[in-house]
Design a binder for this molecule. Structure first.
Ligand code: SAM
Length: 346
């Protein structure tokens, strides 16, 4: 049996030497930008305990980048700065009425090779095929437990079966490789890790376990609820009998090809912003639905890109806003997050 080597001091990629700026944009540590995470709305039909305290189903009246502005922004980033990868998030991106059109517009931009989405899975049963036909390539689905009662408690909606049917629809629509995202919270779902891994292995999915970040409703009790990666390995010790580390690159997850005690195989990824951050390899920026620009998920935003898009597109101003944000990007994220995940887009 091979156990994973857990070295919290291990650098992922040396910031100054390893991560070459993709084209124009880079921060002061030499980290280029190749990946945009775009939040399409704050709205989400779930209210997960660690993410948001209340359900928001309507954002009517809030300023949002419209479909043309989204296309202009991404086309510019791809053409001028070599952006190649976009992940749609939220809130829940499926709560945005124009989602299919947004996917189609982004997918048609030359240079964009990867269009992905993170979702709660509630609309996939009806819409997975439509999203795939529009050009969506991959999805991550949030799933913290397979126990229906606990699912209802954790998410505020009694809809586990609908999410699972959505997952099947996504597999059928070819939206793979599909990753299951589980935020691991002590006393809430850490005992679900073995069943989530078995489920992932049965369905040909990748299981991703995310360390709780001190943001949102559990921020004040973070110390008591946080489960570090090392503890997750312990919880999985009986279930996983072989761990083969995979190359990490710019991926936020430390990934392993694993074999389970019943001979099944799958991939497990650990997203460890708290025990072993992956800041050195960070090549991403985030833009919220209202245009707020976050060079780092856990740091303050630097302002908004809206003035560069309205009333007309001003590419020099957009560059200036992006450069100012990237110049201020810290080498490592602060310990506590400032924003609300549903606004930033986790
Ligand atoms: N609604 C979508 C979903 O359910 O995946 C996308 C948005 S959600 C904010 C994106 C990711 O952020 C999810 O994987 C979610 O579990 C994660 N997340 C939210 N709050 C978190 C926290 N405090 N710590 C760690 N991850 C968190």
């Amino acid at each position: 049996m091979r156990l994973p080597v857990l070295d919290p001091t291990r650098p992922v990629v040396p910031a100054r030497s390893g991560s070459r700026p993709e084209r124009g944009l880079a921060d002061s540590y030499g980290r280029g930008v190749g990946y945009l995470r775009l939040s399409l709305t704050k709205a989400c039909a779930m209210r997960c305990t660690y993410c948001r305290p209340e359900r928001i189903t309507s954002t009517r009246g809030e300023p949002m980048l419209d479909v043309d502005e989204i296309e202009t922004l991404i086309r510019f980033l791809a053409e001028r700065h070599g952006l190649s990868k976009v992940r749609l998030t939220g809130g829940d991106p499926t709560s945005r009425r124009e989602l299919t059109e947004i996917i189609a517009r982004i997918a048609s931009i030359p240079g964009i090779h990867d269009v992905a989405m993170t979702t709660n899975g509630l609309t996939l049963e009806r819409r997975a095929k439509e999203y795939a036909a529009a050009g969506l390539q991959r999805i991550n689905i949030s799933l913290d437990t397979l126990d229906p009662e606990r699912f209802a408690q954790l998410t505020g909606v009694d809809e586990l079966q609908r999410v699972l049917r959505g997952l099947d629809a996504a597999i059928e629509a070819g939206l793979g490789p599909i990753r299951l995202n589980s935020v691991v919270v002590k006393g809430q779902n850490e005992f679900d890790l073995p069943s989530l891994v078995r489920f992932a292995a049965q369905r040909g999915l990748e299981a991703r376990f995310i360390e709780l970040m001190p943001m949102g409703p559990l921020a004040s009790v973070w110390r008591e609820r946080y489960v570090p990666e090392a503890r997750m390995h312990e919880i999985l010790r009986q279930t996983v009998v072989d761990w083969q580390p995979l190359h990490q690159g710019h991926d936020a997850a430390r990934r392993y090809r694993v074999m389970l005690d019943d001979g099944a195989e799958t991939i497990i990824g650990f997203i460890t912003p708290m025990s072993c951050n992956f800041c050195a390899a960070c090549n991403r920026i985030r833009i919220a639905a209202d245009g707020t620009f976050y060079p780092c998920l856990m740091d303050r935003p630097i302002g908004t890109i809206l003035p560069a898009l309205r009333p007309g597109f001003d590419r020099e101003l957009l560059d200036a806003i992006l450069k100012r944000g990237l110049d201020g990007k810290r080498e490592e994220h602060p310990h506590d997050g400032y924003g609300v995940m549903t606004h930033i887009g986790g």
